[in-house]
Ligand binder design. Sequence first.
Ligand code: C2E
Ligand code: CA
Ligand code: CA
Length: 655
Amino acid sequence: MNQPMRYLSGLFRIDDSKPELLTAQVRAYHRQIPLMYLVTLASSAALGVTFHDHAPMALTTVIPLLLAAVSVARLFIWRRARKKRITRERAVRSLRSVIRFAGILGIGFTAWALALFEYGDAYARMHVAYYMSITVISCIFCLMHVRQAALLLTAIVLVPFVVFFGLQDQLTFRLIAMNVALVTVAMIFVLVNNYRDFEALIDSRTGLIDKQRTLEHLHGEVSAIADMDSLTRLPNRRRFFADLTSAMTRVRDSGGRLTVGVIDLDGFKPVNDVYGHASGDRVLIEVALRLGDTAKGVATVARLGGDEFALIMAGRQSDADIRALGVDICMALRQPVRLDELKAQLSGSIGFASLSDTTATAEQLYESADYALYHAKRHARGTPVLFTSHHEVAIRENSEIEQVLRSADLEAELSLLFQPVIDVDTGAALSFEALARWSSPRLGSVAPSVFIPAAERTGNINQVTETLLKKALAEAASWPDNIRLSFNLSAHDITAPDTAERLGAIVDADPFPWARLDFEVTETAVMQDFDQADRTLSALKARGAAVALDDFGSGFSSLSYVHRLPLDKLKIDRNFMADIEAKSTSRNIIKSVVDLCETLGLDCIAEGTETPGQIAILRRLGCRRMQGYYFARPMRGEKLSDFMAGHARIRPAAL
Ligand code: C2E
Ligand code: CA
Ligand code: CA
């Protein structure tokens, strides 16, 4: 096909690759269709009247009525189609029918008008010329948005018109033919241009709609990403709180129970520290999978950040159901994680809280679960804890303690008791451990296990530790040279980067020698930030102090981390002591710890020894350094010289 032909056929084609253009064409044309038929029918009626007395009845009445019937049928089709939604297929069909009717009626009306011509006088013939040209021009304008139909009509009506009138004898008709030919050319030009503008307008609007759709799609994807933890593909913190808020509304409206669980991993941090972040990430993915599997169908799991996960449980679950899920989760987490060269032993603690009348916000519900988790970690590691009214009371008490602590006169209210570590071979005290006491004028005496964590929460812990260290050093100044001072550091102390410097300055300013100082740290505190703990302890050790690992065996224990720390001593947690007389497993554990200490060159100290039976067993297992109520309860500084002089109840021979 050559170029002009291709162009011409393009003008008549229905391009169904642009559905928006098709529907816009149909819509525009639908608005004009009644007007077009009205003009055509009225003009045809007028022509019929003009020829009424000249032409046969078939031409003046029958044929026009037939053509009118077809037109009315067309209008009915239009009325029905108008109400339907315009789909791409419907638009193509509709346009085809417009073109078809334009062709049929165009031929029909043209043939009719030309057939009348020979019956008329000059006036009537003039009416034919006038009728044909004016009516077709108005129809072409009405069909402006359906270029194919408009051009077809031009070809069907105006070409015969120009030829017919151009061949007439009268000059007037020939001139009219010429005139109409010119008008036709101008009209085609305007029509094609106009249609092009219309097409461009629709295209640009479609482009805008496309862009908007792309943007909406992108927005959807972005918010999906913003709601998802990219590592584990679990819902993230943001999504968790959004879901929890809507679940709260749902449960409040339609009843049921809503429970939040907060899960914290023990032993994850060391994996990260020892094996690197890539391995840590793989462990987290494994944990996410296990949590998802265990909670499947019961609760939805989210990752709140780091090694903290949470779940939302909605339904009619009982306390027992919640605990059962908690136990399952703890069990799933305790299975060793094996990934290539890495074998990690994790465990998890979990705290639950259910929506109650006093819970106002999602954050509050989460905080209750987090408090239960905190309890689980302190008192029931590796087991689920459900938030109860007791915890609510404890929270209130804690917040009171925190408030009083903030404005406490630490210098006046804090004091120390001292408890000896005994060498059972000689019966002599090797050192005294300083144990803090807080006597508040408002609250009375508060246990260190309560106020030390409170001071960590309020940010007072630095002043607390510094005040206590100064007091301990002052007390120890009068002790014999062979007696050491043991001082406890809190989790915050050993994970704060400036601790070694701050405490170092206090010890430096005191005559008490570094070489007689022990710093005690718990393994759970070390695990919070292994690297920083390592740095702090190494710095203290570099100045001459010794480091003891306290409460060994109470939390997540892995002997493999012990030798990575700069340790000198290891204190076996007092919880083991209660069982050693009755249970061989406790004895076996103690035996292996004693052996480990010997291998690593560490001093081993058994804490919490209360009975001669325990002491005898410990001695048999190879442990010689002990601390406990059997030897001495923590005592005031002024009692120490008496104690050292009398050696109280310690009779090595009697043991
Ligand atoms: P800890 O360091 O393990 O201290 C030993 C705790 O066991 C002391 O409790 C002590 O009174 C108690 N104890 C000693 N012998 C026996 C025994 O034979 N049987 C029993 N049942 N208990 C015994 P205390 O003084 O209430 O201290 C509790 C915890 O508070 C300490 O545990 C330590 O973690 C923390 N703490 C105490 N003083 C300080 C301090 O100055 N700084 C910091 N950061 N923490 C301290
Ligand atoms: Ca201690
Ligand atoms: Ca201890």
